[in-house]
Design a protein around this ligand. Structure first.
Ligand code: CUA
Length: 338
């Protein structure tokens, strides 16, 4: 390896290391882990196969023609000219129509199978509301409101536990996309859409907003956390607890509740009841801040509260211009919201 190559490699590595902080590798569409994603995967394999076959037939005939009919040294006359052939014209019209018809019907079948599924009476139903630039997640029946991290139970053939999603938007069009779990479904203002997922593997599945929705569209990241029924039950119980009773940071609470934070954020059991921003009742149970912008660590939480615009420029949380004491107290209080 020569020197310039080595320098280039080091440079690439340093770029990779520098950009390694907010890692959010969106799942692989070729490794589906739920029925809707799997149906889309099978359909895409069919479409790719048909297109590949067409490509090889066309490219093969073209290559054959170029080689077989190239001009030879003893060619002196023009070859026989063909002016129209009904048979060939019918063939190249009918064959593509049949191919398009097959692809249309296969697509329609997948779309209607996914869209047509109705929620069973006791199924888990969750409303996901897109905001610039975060996800509000409401478990109506359970009385839980959270953000950016959708917890669902694992599903299996023996014990199916699908989660039905009602997708809404509070402002502009967004799109719900967790590649390993479902196809993209738009969140349209004043027009609820539906999707469902039945993840068959526990773990965290990453997704993002898939419809350009403004400046921080790229930082509108989503996590689906698939848990065993027991773990999911524990999470539900913890989220239902009243945040005010659970918190131990009394001194910070006064400061927080006196600031205008409460006009946008809710902390259950307190006078903070704003709904413009994410519900903070159990914010420390979440893995990230700013909808996946940064990991939820004590240092990051402090940096975020001090100046959210420095981390996610254009986001709708203003710099509150807190002094050092207020910052300490607010961060201490938020850190107590487990
Ligand atoms: Cu929300 Cu893009």
């Amino acid at each position: 390896m020569n020197l310039s190559r080595q320098v280039a490699c080091l440079w690439c590595l340093s770029i990779a290391a520098a950009s390694a902080e907010p890692v959010h590798p969106v799942g692989n569409i070729f490794d589906p882990q739920a029925t809707p994603a799997e149906s889309v995967y099978h359909l895409s394999i069919l479409v790719i196969s048909v297109c590949a076959a067409i490509f090889f037939v066309v490219a093969g005939l073209l290559t054959f023609t170029i080689v077989r009919f190239r001009r030879k040294t003893d060619d002196h006359d023009e070859p026989a000219q063909v002016y129209g052939s009904s048979r060939i014209e019918i063939a190249w019209t009918v064959i593509p129509i049949l191919i398009v018809l097959v692809l249309t019907m296969a697509t329609a079948r997948v779309v209607s199978a996914i869209q047509g599924r109705r929620a069973e009476a006791n199924a888990l139903q969750v409303t996901v509301i897109g905001h610039q630039w975060w996800w509000e997640i409401r478990y109506g029946d359970l009385g839980i409101i959270t953000a950016n991290e959708l917890h669902v139970p694992v599903s299996s053939a023996a014990k199916p536990a699908p989660t039905f999603l009602r997708l809404e938007s509070a402002d502009v069009a967004h799109s719900f996309w967790v590649p390993q779990l479902s196809g993209k479904t738009d969140l349209i203002p004043n027009h609820p859409n539906n999707m469902w997922i039945d993840p068959r593997q526990e773990g965290t599945f990453l997704g993002n907003c898939a419809e350009y929705c403004g400046m921080q569209h790229a930082n509108m990241l989503l996590r689906v956390i698939v848990q065993s029924p027991a773990e999911f039950g524990k999470w539900v119980a913890a989220q239902k607890l009243n945040a005010a009773l659970d918190s131990r940071a009394d001194e910070g609470r006064e400061t927080f509740l006196a600031l205008s934070c409460i006009s946008c954020h809710t902390v259950s059991g307190t006078s903070a009841a704003g709904t413009f921003g994410p519900d903070l009742s159990h914010m420390m149970s979440r893995e990230t801040l700013g909808s996946g912008a940064i990991p939820n660590t004590p240092a990051n939480l402090r940096a975020w509260v001090r100046d959210p615009q420095a981390i996610k420029p254009g986001n709708l949380m203003p710099n509150m211009q807190l002094n050092a004491l207020e910052l300490d107290e607010v961060v201490a209080y938020l850190s107590s919201l487990k």
